[in-house]
Design a protein around this ligand. Structure first.
Ligand SMILES: [Zn+2]
Ligand SMILES: [Zn+2]
Length: 444
């Protein structure tokens, strides 16, 4: 496989004299397999130059697959400027996460309405096929493509492309599931020592990859004020890649406020951190024009929770969700987040009320606070798991208790996910969607 970077910037394009070295175009990476399959990871403004290069390079007609992580601006703004779309006979498949409320075609055509752009999506001469993906394994363009839901305030997928005896992972717009990554006394470098099941799943997703392209928008100093914005620090990316036995880690989605000098210093710090961990992961910051030839790496396939077949395209709305919290403001916020997706929200303000509501109304998912007067959330969770009828009921813990002991206790008792307060409305909505999707597709 060959990997080439066309856009490395996050959030908004930042051309100018201060971003010449690492580039100002937003996310776009080209991956070509030895058999000639062309994958385009995200369609930020970098896609314009990629489109021009593909046109110059041939072959004609062109067949390519665009894998969109999600549809935030910085990942789709290059789409209307991607020249191969304007050539009859070309065939472009556009893949992106399902379950974000509107179809992929609707979202992409929205940014091409005449108010914003002179050419309607329906007027594009190329054949465009839209394919919405869930978490799991897909056969696309002759390669095995594994998708994983990331932690971002929108439905967002990471992709693992397996071909030519190697794996390339693209994980942009993702933030740690937990501020505490490792158990207090970790067996260094082992994914089992990761506290939150979501971060552990993410490490497994990267396992043995030759190249991991990872979000590293922030430094550890910047992160606390940007929590819940959906991006990682270089430390997180380095530690997970190291635990996952990754050969090469490429940090990307550079912050628009970081000039070349700053990104250089971030790269230096990331390398020092990798050296400290003692593993042989090579780290660099992505720049426009970076070209990597991926050597075979034993042909490993990621297994476990990602090998299940993907779920159907069933609608996610219309589920019954029980929100349990003694704080009426939190219940109101959660109701707002979930009713936007068309769910029916039931509320309970205590443990006994929650158990009664589960028995009477059989919800499809429970959002559960831990610290309540009287019967706490962990006790409720324990009771739910002890009964055959609710043993597999998805339970999303929503709590301010984000320390290792509580997170660990939550997962050990069978929590499906563990979300910490304060949370944002789109973040909670995305996490609940991911839990429902996993349940619907049989992926655990
Ligand atoms: Zn982004
Ligand atoms: Zn985003």
């Amino acid at each position: 496989m060959q990997v080439r970077f066309w856009g490395t910037r996050g959030s908004i394009a930042t051309p100018g004299p201060d971003t010449i070295r690492f580039g100002g175009n937003t996310s776009c990476v080209e991956v070509t397999t030895n058999a000639g399959a062309c994958f385009i990871l995200d369609c930020g403004t970098g896609a314009r130059a990629l489109g021009a290069a593909l046109m110059a390079r041939g072959p004609s007609p062109l067949t390519a697959t665009i894998l969109l992580s999600h549809t935030h601006w910085d990942h789709i703004q290059g789409f209307p400027f991607f020249a191969p779309l304007f050539v009859p006979g070309n065939r472009i498949t556009v893949c992106g996460p399902e379950g974000s409320g509107r179809s992929l075609r609707e979202v992409l055509s929205g940014q091409m309405e005449f108010t914003y752009f002179p050419v309607d999506i329906g007027q594009l001469p190329a054949t465009i096929v839209f394919q919405e993906l869930g978490e799991g394994t897909h056969e696309i363009g002759g390669a095995r493509v594994v998708a994983e839901y990331l932690n971002h305030p929108a439905m967002t997928l990471g992709y693992r492309i397996e071909a030519d005896g190697a794996a390339v992972v693209y994980s942009c717009d993702h933030e740690p599931f937990s501020e505490t990554l490792w158990h207090e006394s970790p067996v260094l470098g082992h994914a089992e020592s990761i506290v939150h099941e979501g971060d552990r799943r993410h490490a497994r997703f990267m396992e043995g990859a030759s190249v991991v392209i990872h979000d590293a928008q922030y430094t550890p100093e910047e992160y606390p004020s940007k929590k819940n914005w959906g991006h990682s620090t270089y430390e997180y990316a380095v530690e997970l890649a190291s635990a996952a036995g990754v050969r090469e880690l490429v940090l990307t989605h550079h912050d628009p406020t970081h000039d070349d000098t700053f990104v250089e210093s971030l790269e230096k710090r990331a390398r020092e951190h990798a050296n400290k961990l003692g593993n042989v992961v090579h780290v660099c910051c992505a720049y426009e024009g970076l070209d990597l030839t991926v050597a075979p790496h034993g042909g490993q396939h990621v297994t476990g929770s990602f090998s299940a077949p993907r779920g159907g395209g069933e609608l996610l709305g219309g589920r019954r969700i029980l929100v349990v919290d003694d704080d009426p403001d939190i219940r109101a916020l959660a109701r707002l987040a979930l009713s936007q997706d068309g769910h029916t929200v039931i509320e309970a303000s205590s443990g006994p009320e929650a158990l009664a509501a589960v028995a009477e109304q059989a919800p499809d998912l429970v959002v559960l606070d831990l610290l309540m007067p009287g019967q706490g959330g962990l006790e409720v969770l324990k009771i739910l798991r002890s009964k055959p009828s609710t043993a597999a009921l998805p339970v999303v813990v929503l709590t301010a208790m984000n320390d290792e002991d509580n997170t660990r206790a939550g997962f050990e008792l069978g929590a499906t996910d563990y979300v910490t307060k304060p949370f944002s409305i789109p973040q909670l909505a995305a996490r609940v969607r991911a839990c429902l999707k996993r349940r619907g597709s049989g992926v655990t």
